[in-house]
Design a protein around this ligand. Structure first.
Ligand code: HEC
Ligand code: HEC
Ligand code: HEC
Ligand code: HEC
Ligand code: HEC
Length: 357
């Protein structure tokens, strides 16, 4: 627990006028209260918990110029008692020991909206979808941006390397410039990773004319995995921004499992133990988790994938849940991406999709 106390030293609490008066109904207040009440019954944290107020918490990470409130709900990230907790009350992997929140925050690796204090908004799943959470292997782009390829174990940035090779081999640079080299027919991609979300890039490269009306960019016959690797590489193109970061010494002593990124996707949708805290509305998740980027229902939505207006006639709940958990298995040879949805999100989505008939 000492560690958490140390962190709270740098975590500032903010009191909005409204937050002081009646934060009782706020979603984040529910998570904090649950956390403190669990801490109250543990002998070595009882005294500490009693002194804590239910307030919005924020960090101002020194390595990035943002305000981040993720720790308001993710309040157990450094508490070993929550090793097997259910999100958001779950301890983070050991990665936070070398990347403490007070220095790095969360957004640099995970994306999302740092200032927001509702789950949908903080995770970039509100209407508009500007900063969707970066999950699974897509996080590699962030590791690569700070560490480069030489410093990390090979498996920690292998998708970036594969993606770059694909871009070179597919002659993308015949039409696009990257850092001064290449053609002029398409836009310069030097900073595309700081301008577009992973979801937008994925959908665009899968079917350019469905995302940008009248696009003349050709459709390439990429597989799902190739699309993913290309997107991860494109996310590392940040217009030379990474050069302004401090140089980091090569990392030699790493157990491979502390950077086990490739294991993450396989765990998607896993069930977590502990109190159930989050409830989703399936229609909101459909709009917020990016489905509308590629699928239409009725007249609204994208054309990258098939329309889902009557999907409830074609697939039952079990089949849909399986498909959303692992598109590669359910739709072999297809392009639908692994979205790394949580079990709660999958449950809400299937409930909604089965009503479409
Ligand atoms: C209002 C509370 C709240 C805030 C603020 C919040 N989260 Fe979460 N977070 C949750 C909840 C609840 C879950 C569990 C979701 C589920 O199981 O579907 C979660 C799960 C996650 C997960 C893992 C599950 C997933 O959807 O991939 C990540 C990663 C995550 N949050 C990152 C962040 C980041 C980064 C921020 C800040 C930008 C943030 N969260 C802010 C409540 C919050
Ligand atoms: C240095 C990059 C980095 C930072 C900073 C970071 N995370 Fe993570 N996070 C990861 C990675 C990578 C994983 C996947 C598990 C692993 O390999 O460690 C992960 C896993 C998670 C998960 C579990 C869901 C999953 O996909 O397994 C949650 C929730 C989460 N992080 C929230 C946060 C929050 C909240 C913060 C800020 C306090 C934060 N993270 C800061 C890289 C980071
Ligand atoms: C914002 C830049 C940044 C990002 C993003 C980032 N790192 Fe780091 N990382 C650092 C810095 C700086 C250190 C050195 C910390 C220190 O020595 O105090 C570090 C340290 C480490 C260490 C620990 C080395 C040791 O000797 O303990 C590992 C492992 C590591 N990073 C892996 C990763 C992985 C994997 C990711 C992506 C999930 C990642 N990093 C993302 C900046 C970053
Ligand atoms: C024949 C020329 C051509 C080739 C080859 C080509 N593109 Fe494009 N690309 C375009 C044009 C034209 C646009 C602008 C219209 C659009 O956004 O679809 C574009 C747009 C893009 C964008 C959107 C940029 C933005 O931010 O709006 C990305 C990303 C992109 N291309 C990536 C690629 C990748 C990756 C490859 C190789 C696999 C590739 N392109 C190959 C012509 C091309
Ligand atoms: C980047 C584009 C993209 C995104 C985002 C996406 N899908 Fe898909 N989806 C596809 C494509 C393409 C297919 C067609 C099969 C294939 O290629 O894998 C598909 C197929 C499906 C199918 C099967 C359709 C049928 O007629 O059998 C369902 C159901 C589905 N997607 C649901 C979703 C849901 C729900 C979401 C959001 C959580 C989502 N998809 C997000 C591209 C996408």
């Amino acid at each position: 627990m000492e560690k958490w106390v140390a962190v709270t030293g740098i975590v500032l609490t903010v009191s909005f006028g409204w937050a002081l008066r009646d934060n009782f109904d706020q979603e984040w207040a529910k998570y904090e209260r649950t956390y403190y009440s669990l801490a109250l019954v543990r002998p070595h944290t009882a005294v500490w918990a009693k002194s804590q107020a239910v307030e919005v918490k924020q960090v101002l990470p020194t390595q990035v110029s943002t305000v981040e409130r993720c720790v308001t709900c993710h309040i157990a990230i450094d508490d070993p008692a929550f090793k097997d907790g259910r999100e958001p009350l779950r301890q983070h992997s050991a990665l936070l020991r070398s990347h403490p929140p007070e220095k790095f925050g969360c957004v640099i690796c995970h994306g999302g909206v740092g200032r927001a204090v509702t789950t949908m908004e903080a995770h970039g799943q509100g209407e508009g979808l500007s900063d969707p959470l970066v999950k699974g292997e897509y996080i590699e782009a962030a590791c690569y941006n700070c560490h480069g390829s030489e410093a990390l174990p090979i498996q920690a940035t292998s998708a970036v390397i594969r993606g770059r090779q694909l871009v070179n081999r597919s002659l993308c640079m015949g039409c696009h410039q990257i850092e001064g080299a290449g053609g002029q027919e398409g836009p310069d991609l030097t900073a595309v990773g700081s301008q577009r979300s992973w979801l937008w890039l994925y959908a665009h490269i899968a079917r350019p004319e469905s995302v940008v009306v009248g696009s003349t960019m050709p459709v390439f016959p990429f597989s799902r995995d190739q699309l993913k690797d290309i997107v991860i590489y494109l996310l590392t193109l940040r217009g030379g921004l990474e050069q302004s970061r401090p140089t980091i010494a090569p990392i030699n002593s790493v157990e491979s499992n502390s950077t086990g990124l490739s294991g993450v996707a396989a765990e998607a949708g896993r069930e977590m133990t502990g109190p159930g805290l989050v409830t989703y509305d399936g229609r909101e998740v459909f709009n917020g988790a990016g489905c509308t980027m590629c699928h239409s229902i009725g007249r609204r939505g994208g054309q990258v994938g098939p329309a889902l207006t009557y999907i409830g006639r074609k697939r039952d709940a079990k089949n849909l849940a399986k498909l959303l958990r692992d598109p590669a298995e359910a739709l072999p040879g297809g392009k639908m991406p692994q979205l790394n949805l949580t079990k709660q999100q999958i449950d809400a989505l299937t409930t909604y999709l089965t009503t479409l008939r």
